[in-house]
Design a protein around this ligand. Structure first.
Ligand code: PEP
Ligand code: MN
Length: 340
């Protein structure tokens, strides 16, 4: 059920509708927009009778939702969501969001060297795993909480917003303590207890697409987070598994306009995991921006040859600087000039 309020509906009318939703045992999700507020209703198993709401003051219409998602859709919120990170940084606004940093935090010296450089070349966000989801249990698993402490120090030193992965529910507590944005990795996209926990978190969520997830599955994972009350979600296309073996994953850039058609959530591109190869990262980053991504997440290392994870796809500091130059000019070309 989607309840659309009249454009002149008052806050107290919205609250009165929310009370009725709650009395019926459901949850209401108010989404204020530029022209009107809409309220998404979740928690109902079957259809809800629109007549519960149609005659309440300030209600324009109550619409049954036939699609599988209720909260991520443009029906609920026709304007794009701008996700706010760490107070003053945004993803989904006019500026192209650049998230850069190593695959894993390996040492204080490594993290600081990379952070200092990517900040100079124009990153607002610093990425780096403290807890790594590795295919082999014998591979480097990350520095754990020590890695998070280093990330918090990077934020203090350089003002970069920290994006880092939570592998499990306890990991969300830790990212809330040290970071600015909770990354949910591809392998965890359908870890429903983790999604629910992230939905109760006070930080925005970066939700990677699962290795073999369809668009619907990915959007429904976002729906899990939103249904718990966290509406600050950024989707991330990071490539999917196909028969192609010339890349680590196959970047599905058509996912960007496909998401746009359905959802108000921002969507960014990860050409590092999407290709797995250093020489492909910049070309696919350009393509991601050209196709309309709200930002990029790029793995960068000061010594890629010595990286403890994902060295083959890491850009050098200089390569990252050049990438930023290139994608910025593409972003300028495709951004419509302000009218007037
Ligand atoms: C990562 O960002 O380092 C990572 C593990 O990504 P993904 O979950 O997309 O594989
Ligand atoms: Mn990685």
């Amino acid at each position: 059920m989607l309840i659309v309020m009249k454009s002149d509906a008052t806050d107290s009318q919205v609250e009165a509708v929310l009370r009725v939703v709650e009395q019926l045992g459901f949850r209401g999700h108010p989404m204020p927009g530029a022209t009107r507020t809409a309220i998404g209703v979740t928690g109902n198993q079957g259809a809800v009778d629109p007549s519960h709401f149609e005659n309440l003051a300030g209600v324009a219409e109550a619409i049954r939702v036939s699609k599988p998602y209720k909260l991520i859709t443009l029906d609920l919120r026709p304007e794009k969501t701008v996700v706010r990170v760490g107070g003053d940084a945004t993803i989904g606004g006019e500026e192209l969001a650049m998230i850069a940093g190593p695959c894993a935090i390996e040492s204080r010296a490594q993290a600081f060297a990379i952070a200092e450089s990517v900040r100079r070349s124009g990153a607002r966000f610093f990425r780096g795993g403290a807890y790594k989801p590795r295919t082999s249990p014998y591979a480097f698993q990350g520095l754990g909480e020590e890695g998070l402490r280093i990330l918090a120090d990077v934020r203090d030193a350089y003002g970069l917003k920290i994006v880092t992965e939570a592998l499990d529910e306890a990991g969300v507590d830790l990212v809330e303590k040290y970071g600015d944005m909770i990354q949910i990795g591809a392998r965890n996209m359908q870890n429903f207890s983790l999604l629910r926990r992230a939905g109760k978190a006070r930080l925005p969520v970066l939700l990677k697409r699962g290795l073999s997830a369809t668009l619907d599955e990915w959007l429904l994972a976002a729906e899990y987070v939103m249904a718990e009350g966290n509406y600050q979600i950024v989707l991330c296309e990071r490539g999917i598994r196909t028969f192609a073996d010339h890349t680590r994953n196959t970047m599905d850039l058509a996912a960007i306009p496909a998401v746009r058609r359905i959802s108000h959530l921002p969507v960014i591109v990860d050409p590092s995991h999407g290709t797995g190869k250093n020489f492909m990262v910049t070309p696919l980053a350009r393509a991601g921006v050209a196709v309309g991504a709200d930002g990029l997440i790029i793995e960068v290392h000061d010594q890629p040859e010595h990286a403890l994870s994902d060295g083959a796809q890491a850009l050098t500091l200089d390569q990252y600087e050049e990438l930023v130059r290139e994608v910025r000019s593409i972003h300028e070309v495709i951004t419509p000039a302000p009218v007037g």
